[in-house]
Design a protein around this ligand. Structure first.
Ligand code: SAM
Length: 392
């Protein structure tokens, strides 16, 4: 597992810099690009990224890049790549494709030609007349953009937003990766109280608790690369074990205050089930409460919330009423910050204040903004500074 590969962590629009920041904090020399961030590393590094990245969708190995303007040159260049270094003789080869602004625009032809070239290469390398394809799945994507083909191998399998704890369906849940991005770009700090007064199925409180308790988001799920013959299963197990130990240590040593409430008792039951599935029962307080009756649970902290947009849930008037109630909740609490994701262009007007900062993102197909309000107070700035006991 010592070969160094060019790796990529894909991300939703607007989150590329957040993913690059996460990789840098993990010690990698990462660069953001349209659609994600790139870095280099071994298969163990790819596994570490799968386990720890909170805001990326997938971790890919860049297996080849070249110019291709004819199907013949695509076939020859795909066949020239050393697939047998990673794919075993019984690999199930699954090829997908994307084409944009290129001479080769037929996705189905690109897919079948690339698959044929990989199979030919493998038959030659393994001395076989046909490939059984009854082993682990290897998902290869051929992306042709402006005549440049990039071939990637997906190490993740199911998207990284699927942490494994959220199995029950609420209306309009926030993607786990977007929830984590809201937290990582907000004034939320693990040592300060956190509150989501419209927590729905619990995504924001659970992601906040996972950050505060140093719990790897992928700790309880599997990744495609774990089934590959070319990985050292013991090395990957040791990386997972280390993540488990970090979580156990944090649970003993860190005190966290995470609160969530919602007016709807039904979604709150889902939140409780998800909290249990994430192993966080002792760390998140959930309560059924209407926003109008909610009070901030501590003298200082961070509200991060996903109010109804008025597009998918309820109507615009109800969403405006929620916005006014949120303002009431925050009124006069200058030691609290507030971050909300909204698709409404009127949010600041209805809330009655301009936000301190905003970030444009997509929640599924809905264009949204993450708005953050930070009171200009020295106390807030000081509270957000890393306390001594949290320093490495
Ligand atoms: C967009 S959903 C939040 C989804 C959540 N982030 C998740 O991942 O499941 C908005 C939530 O606001 C809650 N809500 C709407 N009006 C409310 C009110 N007046 N008081 C408290 N909760 C309210 C809804 O019940 C719903 O669960």
């Amino acid at each position: 597992m010592s070969t160094t590969y060019s790796l990529g962590a894909t991300a939703a629009f607007g989150l590329e810099g957040v993913v690059a920041g996460e990789l840098k904090r993990m010690g990698y020399d990462a660069k953001g690009f349209h659609g994600g961030a790139t870095f280099s590393g071994t298969l163990a590094d790819a596994f570490r990224a799968n386990l720890w990245l909170r805001t990326a969708d997938r971790v890919l190995i860049y297996f080849g890049r070249f110019k291709a303007v004819t199907f013949d040159s695509l076939f020859e260049q795909v066949k020239a790549l050393p697939w047998e270094e990673v794919l075993p003789r019984n690999a199930e080869v699954y090829v997908t494709g994307k084409c944009a602004r290129s001479q080769l625009m037929s996705v189905s032809d690109v897919q079948s030609i690339a698959k044929k070239a990989i199979v030919e290469r493998m038959k030659g390398a393994y001395g076989l007349n046909w490939l059984p394809e009854d082993g682990a799945r290897y998902h290869i994507d051929v992306h042709i953009h402006q005549d440049e083909a990039a071939l990637t191998l997906d190490t993740s399998g199911v998207g990284l937003s699927r942490r494994g704890y959220r199995t029950l369906n609420a209306e309009a849940p926030l993607r786990e990766t977007l929830a984590a991005a809201m937290l990582l770009t907000s004034p939320f700090r693990p040592w300060l109280p956190f509150y989501d007064p419209m927590c729905g199925s619990g995504t924001l409180p659970i992601e906040a608790a996972m950050i505060a308790l140093d719990r790897a988001p992928g700790l309880k799920r599997a990744f495609d690369m774990e089934k590959w013959d070319c990985v050292d299963a013991r090395e990957l197990e040791a990386i997972r074990q280390e993540a488990q130990e970090r979580f156990e240590k944090a649970k003993k040593e860190k005190s966290v205050e995470i609160y969530g409430s919602d007016v709807d008792g039904r979604v709150l039951r889902l939140a409780a089930a998800h909290r249990a599935q994430a192993g966080l029962n002792d760390f998140i307080c959930l309560e059924q409460k209407a926003l109008a009756d909610a009070r901030l649970p501590a003298p200082r902290g961070a509200v991060v919330t996903n109010p109804p947009y008025g597009e998918r849930l309820g109507d615009a008037k109800a969403a405006q009423q929620v916005c006014r109630e949120l303002r009431e909740l925050m009124q006069g609490n200058d030691d609290w910050t507030m971050t909300a994701i909204t698709s409404s262009r009127d949010f600041e007007k209805v809330y009655g204040r301009r936000c301190t900062k905003k970030r444009r993102v997509y929640n599924g197909r809905i264009e949204c903004e993450i708005l953050t309000y930070i009171p200009h107070s020295d106390r807030v700035a000081k509270a957000r500074r890393l306390p001594k006991e949290h320093r490495p």
